[in-house]
Design a protein around this ligand. Structure first.
Ligand code: TRP
Length: 347
């Protein structure tokens, strides 16, 4: 196992994907999605959105921090090497056309179909909500509008997004049959899930078992030294289990020194290496992996105006796409009556 790479399909022209600005991105995001984006940015046209409108589906207070989170997520994108020359990075709410397209799509989706989305029940349960809001029910329809607005044909996501992408494809199919073929049915390559530092199935910010891309070297070291490892192995001379061991899973993804990994695995299986050595080498490897990311982050963090320009520029470009697609959708539906200069914009 090494970093996942994406096998390109020849018909892919455009990628779109993105994240809600709910906090900093971590190594799980890198393995599960950012790596695929980096593979794709040299090969197809790329759109990456910060989905701030989606935040309202689960949170209606304490929204002041969303502005800060938007900045941090964009910094994470730039830090990992997503290149604004190649990728259109944009803010969802700066493309308000997406809400009109959402409305058109809402007419094509039955309430029971929207209620069957598994993430809906999960969110209500995990966030202890009394009931889902209309916005939460419409979550995947807004996501479908994000995707189809730019006619993306490839949407790299984590496995938790699968049901949303299935609905997106259904909406595209339904629209194309009812009116005329306007939208592609996007493929959605799913990146691997990274195990948590504590051995839980998933690295997740809410579980507190992650290394953030923005963690400093000492924090990384501390987190690695307290990682869950083979619990049977109470002494260094007892043979240990490499398979399924989070420390070795991380070595395999992030340690570019393959000889070192092979050597550590051998000696671990034979009971000839201590946990401290294995972990210290992992901390060093992860810090090596993060160093160029830290450097790019520092460059952009020192230039807040540049970051803002990148987001605004991207949003202008995305908005142009959105206006074209929305007009096309309206025409296909027979809604293009009464279109002239926008009312109120005459002079
Ligand atoms: N729902 C996605 C998440 O939480 C974020 C998102 C919004 C998205 N719109 C999208 C992802 C469109 C892919 C495509 O991770």
């Amino acid at each position: 196992m090494v970093m996942p790479t994406l096998e390109l399909k020849p018909h892919w022209r455009r990628m779109l994907t993105g994240d809600r600005p709910t906090g900093p991105l971590h190594l799980g995001h890198y393995v599960g999605s950012l790596k695929f984006r980096l593979d794709l940015q040299d090969k197809v046209e790329c759109f990456i959105l910060v989905a701030d409108l989606h935040v309202l589906t689960t949170r209606i207070q304490g929204l002041e921090e969303v502005g800060h989170n938007i900045r941090e997520v964009v910094l994470d994108y730039l830090a990992v090497g997503l290149d604004p020359q190649k990728c259109t990075i944009y803010l969802q709410s700066l493309v308000p056309e997406v809400l009109e397209l959402t409305w058109l799509f809402m007419a094509l989706v039955g309430v029971p179909r929207a209620q069957r989305i598994p993430t809906l029940k999960e969110q209500v349960r995990d966030l202890k909500l009394d009931s889902a809001s209309m916005a939460l029910l419409a979550y995947p329809i807004l996501q479908a509008a994000d995707i189809l607005m730019v006619k993306a044909d490839v949407v790299p996501v984590g496995e938790d997004q699968e049901s949303h992408l299935e609905l997106t494809r259904e909406i595209a199919r339904r629209f194309n049959r009812l009116y005329r073929p306007v939208f592609p049915e996007p493929d959605y390559p799913i990146g691997p899930r990274l195990v948590g530092l504590d051995g839980q199935a998933k690295a997740s910010k809410s579980l507190g078992n992650v290394i953030f891309l923005s963690d400093d070297p000492e924090t990384v070291r501390r987190k690695v030294m307290s990682m869950y490892t083979d619990p049977q192995r109470i002494r260094a001379d007892i043979p240990g289990r490499v398979e399924g061991n989070p420390v070795f899973i991380y070595h395999n993804y992030f340690n570019d020194d393959r000889d070192e990994v092979a050597d550590l695995q051998d000696r671990y299986r034979q009971g000839r290496v201590g946990d401290v050595e294995v972990k210290e080498k992992l901390a060093r490897a992860i810090n090596r992996f993060l160093d160029p990311i830290r450097e790019r982050r520092a460059y952009f963090a020192a230039r807040p105006h540049l970051v803002e320009e990148i987001l605004k520029d991207g949003s202008r470009r995305a908005r142009q796409e959105a206006q074209n697609t929305l007009q096309e959708a309206r025409e296909a539906m027979g809604l293009a009556y009464f279109r002239g200069a926008p009312v109120g914009a005459e002079g």
